[in-house]
Ligand binder design. Structure first.
Ligand code: NAP
Length: 463
């Protein structure tokens, strides 16, 4: 296909392809759709799932202007058509139009939300188009009157005598009345958790839902969701009760592994970018700092379920697995507990032989937004606040100092001493992440002592 070329148009993302049509005495042949060569030539890898053909008896048959919620790749098999497109997406290019003649040697890539219309120029024109979502009767889409005076499409054949469906002739609004198509949005799962709360506040235009609206462990709930409304899904939902997971294995596996595996299937099917969170507990803690390519070696059920979830999510072409450690945000967490104990005059014993760095949910949400905004390479990233690795006792002592207490009031103990007689899950000794991969994307982590100071300053004094 030496003649293949892709040209841009005044409508962002609307592309015209010149195809290589080979003629001989028998007729002609073309590769109407050839993913590898077309993507190399500049076409988006748009993953079509349905091929439609509209056969048009008479010249002058006119259809449109329809902006369905999926991408299209149009051409003709026989005959010729005058193609017209109007941008009906929200944004500065709304109302921009473009026209060109479609022959077997021309194909046009029409992005979601751009109104598509054509008028056949010969009898028996066979108009064919690929789409990247299955047609569904409940799909809402924008449409525009064919004779809209603002856009003023120069139809070669007068619309008055053209073959047009009743709906296209009478039902579609003028440009001023068109409801522009919004872009696909970001969906945040687990919105009532610590991280979900921070993500809902950070990611632009997101829709954030809790378990009641979307239950990750319930296939029916996942199956009923309108995934086509989204382009990014950020999964902050998880079973996070580390000790309880040892006994409640089914619930932990459902939320942390089976659910994410189903999300991965959905993300592949709907071409979603899937952001998923994992943990330092996928490691046995014998190595420090943890790099992204360290083999997983979870000690307990929680870590095992999270490791399984990661593997499933990694099968999604557009995925980010963000492993994080020692999360602190809204809700109950270690720092809040230490602040409360400091305020109430308590002198706690805190383990001093587990090492890591705090991750404030705001920092993790900021890193998530950064990776999405810069289009960082897909894959796994380690994300925590920066600063020196510390033990839990070090963190507790910092909180005590910030609350005006003597840090020495926190007694350092070993994990073995602290957990004697308690049924606790095994925990990694070393949780510190190597942040190089994240930093190479241009993200500068805030040091945890600095983030801790502003977090603790915002906590109310316990009575
Ligand atoms: N917390 C940490 O120290 C830590 C450390 C490393 C990694 N991580 C990871 O970071 C992520 C966020 O953790 P987090 O601390 O924000 O957790 P969190 O506060 O416990 O929030 C988790 C949320 O997930 C929801 N959820 C649980 N099962 C669900 C289901 N089947 N369907 C829908 N929602 C469900 C919970 O809802 P309910 O309230 O209804 O149960 C909760 O709102 C998780 O992936 C976690 O594994 C956390």
């Amino acid at each position: 296909m030496a003649g293949l070329s892709v040209q841009h148009t005044p409508i962002p993302g609307l592309l015209v392809l010149d195809l290589d049509v080979r003629e001989d005495p028998r007729g002609w042949f073309k590769e109407n759709w050839q993913r590898e060569k077309m993507v190399a030539a500049g076409l988006p890898d748009f993953e079509p799932v349905q091929n439609n053909i509209s056969f048009n008896l008479a010249a002058g048959t006119t259809r449109g202007v329809h902006a369905e919620p999926w991408d299209k790749f149009v051409s003709v098999g026989t005959g010729r058509a005058f193609g017209a497109w109007v941008d009906l997406r929200q944004g500065p290019s709304f109302g921009t139009s473009f026209t060109t003649e479609i022959t077997p040697g021309v194909a046009v890539f029409v992005p979601r939300g751009v109104g598509n219309a054509f008028q056949t120029l010969e009898d028996g024109t066979c108009y064919t188009y690929l789409v990247n979502d299955h047609w569904r009767p409940d799909a809402h889409y924008a449409a525009l009157a064919l004779d809209d005076p603002t856009v003023d499409i120069a139809w070669p054949i007068d619309l008055a005598g053209a073959e047009i469906s009743e709906k296209d002739r009478t039902a579609n609004p003028r440009l001023a009345e068109v409801t522009a198509m919004p872009p696909r949005s970001t969906l945040v799962l687990g919105a009532s958790g610590q991280l979900g709360h921070a993500l809902a506040g950070e990611l632009p235009g997101n829709r954030a839902v809790g378990r009641r609206e979307l239950d990750l462990a319930d296939p029916a709930s996942l199956g009923a969701w309108p995934w086509w409304d989204h382009d990014v899904v950020v999964n902050a939902a998880a079973w996070t009760a580390v000790d309880a997971a040892e006994d409640e294995r089914r619930a932990a596996w459902a939320a942390n592994a089976t659910g994410p595996a189903q999300l991965a299937v959905i993300a592949r099917r709907h071409r979603l970018t899937l952001v998923h969170y994992s943990t330092d507990y996928v490691f046995d803690g014998s190595v420090t700092p943890h790099r992204e390519d360290e083999p997983v070696s979870p000690l307990g059920v929680y870590g095992q379920t999270k490791a399984a979830g990661e593997l499933a999510v990694a099968s999604v072409p557009r995925h980010y697995v963000l492993r994080t450690s020692w999360l602190v945000g809204e809700g109950q967490n270690f720092v809040r507990t230490m602040a409360r104990l400091a305020d109430s005059g308590t002198c706690p014993r805190v383990v001093d032989d587990q090492w890591g760095r705090l991750t404030f949910t705001h920092e993790l949400a900021r890193a998530t937004r950064h990776l999405l905004d810069v289009g960082a390479p897909f894959g796994t990233y380690h994300v925590s606040n920066g600063g020196p690795p510390a033990s839990w006792a070090d963190v507790a002592r910092s909180v005590f100092a910030l609350r005006g207490r003597d840090p020495e009031d926190v007694t350092r103990v070993s994990t073995a001493e602290y957990t004697a007689g308690l049924a606790t899950a095994p925990r990694p000794v070393h949780s510190t992440f190597d942040l190089t991969r994240l930093e190479e994307t241009g993200f500068v982590p805030v040091a945890w002592p600095e983030a801790l100071a502003s977090y603790v300053a915002g906590l109310p004094q316990a009575g």
